[in-house]
Design a protein around this ligand. Sequence first.
Ligand code: HEC
Ligand code: HEC
Ligand code: HEC
Ligand code: HEC
Length: 402
Amino acid sequence: MQRKFLIMNLAHRRFRSLKQVHCLLTMIVCLFLQISVSVLSEKMYATEPAATATAFVKTATEKQSEQTKNTMGVVAADCKKCHPAEVATWMKTVHFQSPDLRLYKFEGNTIKYATAMGLTSADLLADSICADCHATKAIRDGQVKVISGVSCEKCHGAAGGDEGWLNRHQSYHSSMPIPRADETPEHRAERIKACDNAGMIRSSNLYSLSKACFNCHLVGNEKLIAAGHKAASAFDFVSWSSGEVRHNFLVNKSDNADAPSLWMERTGGNSENRRRMKFVVGTLVQLEKALRLRAKASNPAVIPQLSGIIAAANGKLTQINAIAPTPEIQKVTMLITPMFGTLFAPLPTDKETYTKAADEVATQTKLFAETHDGSTLAGLDSMINQLPPHYSQQYQDKYLKN
Ligand code: HEC
Ligand code: HEC
Ligand code: HEC
Ligand code: HEC
């Protein structure tokens, strides 16, 4: 925008000095230069070139009907101009690589699972259940397509569309393009609220952040599990978010902080307290999600796997509550422990029983996340210290061996 403005100004002055021919030539050259500069910079940011060309937020030609609230399909390139360090870190993760590993090459277990689900290799690049977890899908040219690996939006919420959070996230004044440093505190508070309302999941929202992880790391589809796909990752929120996934660069682009740097700056929170809250909230969310899947399960081969996760999470919470008692966890364990008698047996009332339990766990989890800040949970540190940062095998082979 600024560049265009300068060029127009320049052109205007030259017109007045009556060197019109010269001016026209200059304008043409300038325009050409400008076009090539913007094409070039587009390329520089384009971590996913095909998708970038039609990113929702930038492309005016995209069909209006597709620009709905919470449109998924803004790509990392749209974040990169302001978050280069986060994007660079993400590009090393197995999240980024997952379509290459599991969807683009139709081989090995991919064939096995896809065939069992009635999917072809072409389906895997378009609208498949596999791409729900191994990729990000969006509408391109009127069709649902895989546009990237597990993207920023998969964890931070769908950002695109006119009403999407990205438009508000990067606007520091209601009508003028001013630098962030000049934003008023009122506008800032309002902006953050608007982003939250539009579905942005920020660092301070531990409940929704960990929910995002478990949406993929706990697999509910019984047919898929019966075909041999894992029912769950050996996931804990503390380890798994502090290894290859960690990208806390907001305050200092060259230092990947232990905990979200902006959150620490704003709230005075520290990484010890953050880890404690992650440990408890992550376990509660794992329990909630497993209960929801258990509510839907009917396959006798799958039920024990989900029930095992419920039992293990409840066991961990019982241990947590013995060391650092809180009313919320107390309520959860008192609700779940008596259910053990029938946990492993399928009953016609399962749907109602486990949905109700999951709802109650969700209520207590949100309450826990609001009420506590981790400072009174130091007793949990000996448990937490046994949870080292987790890295995928691919990451270890590529980046941690010397
Ligand atoms: C125009 C620059 C700009 C763009 C584009 C941008 N961000 Fe940001 N982002 C910022 C700034 C600046 C902050 C620091 C906090 C603030 O003032 O909002 C931030 C903060 C954040 C936070 C932390 C918010 C919090 O309150 O904890 C997240 C998460 C985030 N951005 C994700 C993204 C994602 C994902 C994208 C791409 C879809 C993106 N951003 C695009 C500038 C940008
Ligand atoms: C609910 C989310 C989810 C769905 C749906 C899903 N996956 Fe996965 N998949 C995962 C996760 C998470 C892992 C990594 C598990 C781990 O090791 O922690 C994984 C691992 C894999 C692996 C490597 C491990 C192995 O078993 O060989 C393959 C291959 C795979 N998935 C293929 C598929 C295919 C093909 C589909 C669709 C038919 C599919 N997945 C559907 C989440 C999912
Ligand atoms: C959209 C689905 C999705 C979401 C959301 C998601 N993951 Fe994953 N994650 C995967 C899949 C799929 C894999 C396995 C990739 C593969 O091997 O193809 C994976 C792998 C990982 C790995 C590497 C594990 C290993 O040993 O290979 C880590 C660590 C990880 N995820 C952490 C997280 C955390 C932390 C969150 C939440 C903040 C999260 N993930 C959210 C789908 C997801
Ligand atoms: C697998 C899930 C996942 C993905 C994918 C992901 N994030 Fe995050 N992001 C998180 C989590 C979890 C946190 C909080 C980190 C913590 O607690 O240590 C976070 C924090 C942030 C922050 C705040 C950091 C700070 O210093 O305050 C920004 C900014 C951000 N993410 C941007 C991005 C961008 C840009 C992308 C895409 C390139 C992205 N994220 C992809 C899960 C994810």
